[in-house]
Write a protein of this length. Structure first.
Length: 143
């Protein structure tokens, strides 16, 4: 009985991430985290054809405009997504833990990677946080 509830929760997370990052079917999306394959399949069902995971796209060349992060360790998954994201990109991160320390770590990691937090939306599984990065290439040499 828990399976249908999880599926509904997963659909809500996917819908929220799509709404926050506003991807088009032509822009590349990289999906990372322990639930990346489920998210990958959900996006493909919705008509997004340029969806990748680090496993399906072995060469990180900053070619993706959107990053979606889910799973048990969002800080590590965000670091894994970063080399795939372009200088002007957006990310959405599912934070399932109610632990304040994790949110602070994610905020620090986003800032370190040149992202600015734009919004956070509560859903049944936790908080979906979105952030944008504009012109990170100019900031990278200074860091």
């Amino acid at each position: 009985m828990a399976e249908p509830c999880f599926a509904l929760d997963q659909e809500q997370v996917v819908d929220t991430m799509i709404a926050l990052t506003r991807p088009s079917s032509l822009r590349g999306i990289i999906v990372t985290g322990s639930e990346s394959m489920e998210l990958y399949l959900a996006l493909r069902r919705r008509g997004f054809c340029r969806v990748s995971t680090p496993v399906t796209c072995p060469a990180p060349r900053r070619q993706h405009a959107i990053g979606l992060v889910t799973g048990e360790n969002p800080v590590a998954a965000l670091a894994q997504a970063s080399p795939f994201l372009s200088t002007n990109s957006a990310v959405a991160i599912l934070i399932e833990s109610r632990e304040g320390k994790l949110a602070i770590e994610i905020r620090h990691k986003l800032h370190q990677l040149g992202f600015r937090i734009e919004a956070g939306v509560r859903c049944r599984r936790g908080l979906v946080l979105s952030a944008d990065r504009q012109g990170f290439a100019q900031m990278e040499p200074a860091a």
